[in-house]
Write a protein that binds this ligand. Structure first.
Ligand SMILES: Cc1cc2nc3c(=O)[nH]c(=O)nc-3n(C[C@H](O)[C@H](O)[C@H](O)COP(=O)(O)O)c2cc1C
Length: 194
């Protein structure tokens, strides 16, 4: 089974990326492969100008369409998700998460914005018609190592493992969705240029 992980951090040494890596290691023995995507996989112009016709964007849409679930991971920026996450999510077509369970992961400088997953991220996932949105995991940055092994604090690793196992169960109980119908490649570009 394949799932896509979308990382919304503009940082090259992203702490939030460590959460995805931990989840991927936990899912692998269950036969669930995580295909990771970040802003660094796209030309900046395509992201900034919402170029739906760009080959990398088309490839993202196909990867999401073929995936059986999605992990969304973002740092908290200014009490919400990072703009880098939003530009990626804005490139996913209407209803692009239909039939797919989603696991949201977030990291922040302090627990003060713990609820950003609920009030900021979840409405966007609902707008993309995720079939089920897991409660998610919020990590404080001090719980995430910056070293090569990116070790997580034991308390965080334990919470993440529980969430990932619940997400794996959701994936197994969700029937495979029909592929999202795709609009003609240049449809949205033509719409924007009107
Ligand atoms: C521009 C910016 C804004 C931030 N705003 C918040 C915030 O509002 N609340 C918070 O808890 N942390 C905030 N932080 C801290 C990050 O969320 C935190 O360091 C996070 O772990 C970074 O993840 P990353 O390494 O994956 O980018 C902010 C960091 C930056 C760079």
């Amino acid at each position: 089974m394949n799932i896509v992980a979308i990382l919304g951090s503009p940082s090259k040494s992203s702490r939030t990326a460590r959460l995805i890596e931990h989840a991927a290691r936990r899912l692998q023995p269950a036969g669930i492969h995580v295909d990771s995507v970040s802003v660094y996989d796209f030309p900046a112009d395509d992201l900034l100008y919402g170029n739906f016709a760009a080959p990398a964007v088309q490839a993202l849409q196909q990867r999401v369409s073929a995936a059986q679930g999605v992990i969304i991971a973002t740092p908290v920026y200014k009490a919400a998700y990072a703009g880098a996450l939003k530009v990626l999510l804005d490139l996913i077509p209407e209803g692009g998460f239909a039939g797919k369970p989603v696991l949201p992961l977030a990291s922040g400088g302090s627990p003060g914005h713990l609820l950003a997953v609920d009030y900021a991220i979840k409405p966007v996932l609902a707008a993309l018609k995720a079939s089920e949105i897991h409660q998610g995991v919020f990590a404080v940055e001090s719980q995430i190592g910056r070293g090569a092994d990116g070790e997580l604090a034991a308390e965080l690793a334990q919470r993440l493992d529980v969430a990932v196992d619940e997400f794996a169960a959701l994936l197994r109980s969700t029937p495979p969705a029909a592929a999202t119908p795709r609009l003609p490649d240049d449809f949205i570009s033509r719409l924007i240029s009107l």
